[in-house]
Design a protein around this ligand. Sequence first.
Ligand code: SF4
Length: 194
Amino acid sequence: MEFEKFRESVLACQDCAGRFGHKPIPIFHGTPHSKIMQISQAPSSNVHLTRRPFNDPSGDKLKYQWYQITDEIFYNEDNFYITSIAKCFPGKNGKGGDKPPPVSCAKKWLAQDMSMVDNKLFSIVGAKAANYLFPGENFVDLVFKNNTLNNKPAVVMPHPSPLNVRWFKEHPQFEAQRMPEIREMVWSTLGITK
Ligand code: SF4
């Protein structure tokens, strides 16, 4: 399938309408030549409403504290291809969090994302995406080492959601030591110099 057709097919997908109880809004962002493919869990309610990926507190942490890049850089489709296990907001779980992303979405679309895009680096955000892409591997180990996915370098981060505060407290070396290494790889891939 050629890329534009693929994009149109994703944007038209309504497979989960019955499951979610609301109209799915697939989020699609990127080109076949985006430098970094970022794969996370699923869009949040705010992303669902605004149709702008990572336009929420998780995104603020990821963009400004972890990557330390501007919106102009992050939302440049030549830089980031932004995709997820589920491309639509799956709804709230009643305890303040979001429902788990339907894996059926990843099975339908994610391998196509990965085959169509000529990215140089994978940035995996959150345990749900990491567990799907690296089945059977320990999540903490994945975060603290350089990985390979689809024969390309891949970095893994915890989810930047404020709900994940316990993980950050239990692993202070992530923000102190590992994130600067990941940032270096992201900047180098994007051609950013200090
Ligand atoms: S989550 Fe994925 S499979 Fe479900 S409606 Fe959205 S694009 Fe389609």
